[in-house]
Every structure is written in C-alpha cells, then in structure tokens.
Design a binder for this molecule. Structure first.
Ligand code: CA
Length: 233
C-alpha cells in the first residue's frame, strides 16, 4: 500500500487526515515539523505538506525534495488562497494545491488521483521525440526540449506539454486537458490549469523558445504546434 506522509503541525488536522487516509487503506505517517518530515521521508510515495510549520516553510522541504531528485508526489496545503502561493507551490514542483479549510475526504480523493497519475506515467509507453518541432518531449525519459535543448519542467507541466504535443495543431479545451492530465472527475479549476500553462510558457521562454509556442485560443483552450516557425538550421 502506498505510504503517505502528512506534514502538518496542527494535531487536529493531521489526525483527521491520517484517520481518513488509513481508513482508505494507506499507510500513514505524521510529522509536525520539517525536521521530523525529513526523517520520515524515505520510502514515502506522497507527501501532504502544510506550508506554515514551526521550524520553517513547507516550501523548503518541497524544494529539497525536487532538487534531490526524490520521487514522492506532493500535495501542498495552505491556509491562504493566495495566487502567489499557488503559483510558487506548483512551480516548485507540487503536484496539487489545496486551500484550507478542506474536508479529509477531498484530500483522500486528491491523493488517489495524484498517485493514479504518477502510476500511469511510469507505465506509459515510450514515444520518440518529434525532432521536427521546436518544442518536443521524450516520454521515456520525461524530458522536454526547446530547439533540441532539454529544459526542466514539473511533472504537471510536462504532462500538459506532452498532451498538447500529442495532438499538434489541435485546440484542447481546459476540460480535455484536465481529463487527460489528471483524469476524469478530478476537481481541477480552470484557474489552476491557467497557472500551470503560465508557468510552462515562462519556462519555454526562459529555455530559448517563445512563449507564443503555447497558444491561447480565446474562449476555447490551448494549442501547440499549429503553425510553429520552421527550425533554424
Ligand atoms: Ca501550520
């Protein structure tokens, strides 16, 4: 059974989450501080991470997890529904973001969805990187390329880009992206999609591409590879 680490310093919240998760069959550990979380991390499949902890910010742990190349999925809990926090969490590599107050059942559903998504990715068949496009992905190594040069993306950003590149030139609605990237019935808001796409665009731009490579089709959705400029040679 997957092991879930709940990093939360408010005992009532931590315990209700742990109860709901273990009733659902998960193995659960609780850490009330960053220090305890670091000790509990090995062998963890998913971290439910509060941002405000007595010995620092959950962002520190999230950054350390991602820089270290560790694999656990991360769902960030925040008491503030601040756009800046959400963007920072997703850009630092969180797989999902939930604002307090939430119901334990909602968290259990999100934990299941994030783990399902992670499992699907491992099992995904390898696809060759299309070399003709200015933007490309290699599903086997989960690397993304701008003009043939690899660049870093979070898991969600990679999945969004891979999904759009899978149907080059076609407009994907936000609902289609949610269904393909997160799975049906997963409560992702349009604003969350837009936040991920914004981050993806910025990274494509920073990597030497153009933000316009990911086109917004107003009132419909997003498109990649419709009329990309030819590769410079
Ligand atoms: Ca807290």
């Amino acid at each position: 059974m997957p092991r879930i680490l709940v990093v939360e310093d408010e005992p009532a919240i931590a315990e209700s989450l742990a109860y709901a998760l273990s009733r659902d069959g998960f193995t659960v550990a609780i850490a009330g501080t960053l220090a305890a979380a670091a000790r509990e991390l090995p062998g963890t499949d998913l971290v439910v991470l509060d941002l405000m902890l007595p010995d620092g910010s959950g962002f520190d742990l999230l950054g350390r997890i991602r820089r270290g190349g560790a694999t656990p999925a991360v769902i960030v809990l925040s008491s503030r529904d601040a756009e800046a926090d959400r963007v920072a969490a997703l850009e630092t590599g969180a797989d999902d973001y939930v604002t307090k107050p939430f119901s334990p059942r909602e968290i259990v559903a999100r934990v299941r969805a994030v783990l399902r998504r992670a499992a699907t990715q491992v099992a995904a068949p390898a696809a060759a990187a299309p070399v003709s496009l200015a933007l490309a992905v290699d599903a086997a190594s989960r690397r993304a390329f701008v003009h043939g040069r690899p660049f870093e993306l979070t898991r969600v950003e990679f999945d969004l880009l891979a999904t759009m590149l899978g149907v080059p030139g076609r407009v994907l609605t936000r609902a289609e992206l949610i269904e393909r990237v997160w799975g049906e019935g997963f409560a992702i808001t349009d604003r969350t999609i837009d936040t991920h796409v914004k981050a993806l665009r910025r990274k494509v731009g920073d990597a030497g591409g153009s933000a316009a490579m990911i086109e917004t089709v107003r009132g419909v959705g997003f498109r990649v590879g419709g009329d990309l400029p030819p590769e410079p040679r």
